[in-house]
Design a protein around this ligand. Structure first.
Ligand code: MF3
Ligand code: CO
Ligand code: CO
Length: 274
């Protein structure tokens, strides 16, 4: 089934080829991604015990409206919220609701704004009140996993180099890498080729080329890697109910490495961590 959004972008699809973008596209992505980053910055003081994830969702919607941007998740494949809020053992795609956050929770907030047709996709973990050491350590390992993946991005390498860097580091820290979700090409489309796996070997996957734009968004578990999706069709949880975390950046490949479009202008890429 094709909805009207898919129909509008259908001419851009089905080439199989990975799109390469020029300076104008990079500028458009920079602007969309910086709006997303500013929203994630503005949320930091709001993420406290007692606040509901629906209140966070409303803030994300209104921040978008105030800045001329539409949340990409709204009515995306039947999803009806402006953000995903994934708490504790929820791996990703948690649906905002009226339950308040509780002291000791860790929550991922994932925002994608469409600004002038460009998609800016990023997420961060927020500690709620006092979080136990194991949780804080998971957040540190997960952000470092993302940074190691980003450091592997350069023209000539394969996308598998990103996965290998993440998997080697995370498993060395006695954590596990979720296999069921991956990063993705992004630009005028929300989810485009290539898939960016967060595990694997450096010789695998397509060659990275200057002008590619994609996300890296590793999901790292304290327990085993396996996940299941709840009956709502969205909420993914760890099968062993172990704690899980995720951070996401959108990057553009340059001649020598990559530019991180979604870096926090306030230095809040890892809220609550030092
Ligand atoms: N923002 C998510 C990503 O990082 C996708 C969410 S799709 C939704 O790719 F429908 F679950 F919102
Ligand atoms: Co993404
Ligand atoms: Co996202």
């Amino acid at each position: 089934m094709v909805n009207y959004i898919d129909a509008a972008t259908a001419p851009m699809k089905n080439t199989g080829a990975i799109r390469l973008y020029g300076p104008d596209a990079f500028e458009g992505m920079r602007r969309a991604c910086q709006l997303t980053a500013r929203c994630l910055d503005a949320l930091a003081p709001m993420v406290q015990p007692g606040v509901t994830t629906n209140a966070i969702d409303r803030f994300v919607f209104e921040f978008g409206m105030d800045n001329g941007a539409l949340p990409a998740t709204l009515n995306y494949r039947g999803y009806t919220k402006s953000t995903c809020t994934s708490i504790n053992h929820v791996v990703c795609h948690g649906i905002p609701d009226d339950k308040p956050l509780r002291d000791g929770d860790i929550v991922n907030i994932d925002v994608t704004y469409i600004l002038d047709g460009w998609h800016g996709d990023a997420s961060r973990m927020y500690p709620v009140g006092e979080v136990k050491r194991a949780g804080i350590r998971l957040l540190e390992v997960t952000y470092e996993s993302l940074l190691r993946g980003i450091a592997a991005v350069r023209p000539g390498a394969r996308t598998g180099a990103i996965g290998e860097a993440i998997q080697t580091y995370a498993e060395g820290e006695r954590c596990s890498v979720v296999r069921d979700f991956c990063g993705h090409g992004v630009g005028r489309l929300f989810h485009d080729t290539p898939n960016i796996l967060h595990y694997g070997r450096a010789h695998e996957g397509p060659e990275i080329r200057e002008g590619m734009i994609f996300t890296i968004e590793p999901m790292i578990n304290l327990g085993r890697p396996h996940v299941k999706v709840l009956a709502d069709g969205w909420t993914a949880v760890t099968r062993d109910r172990s704690l899980t975390a995720q951070y996401e950046h959108t990057v553009g490949v340059t001649a020598t490495g990559c530019e991180i479009f979604t870096l926090s202008p306030a230095g809040l890429d890892r809220p609550g961590l030092t």
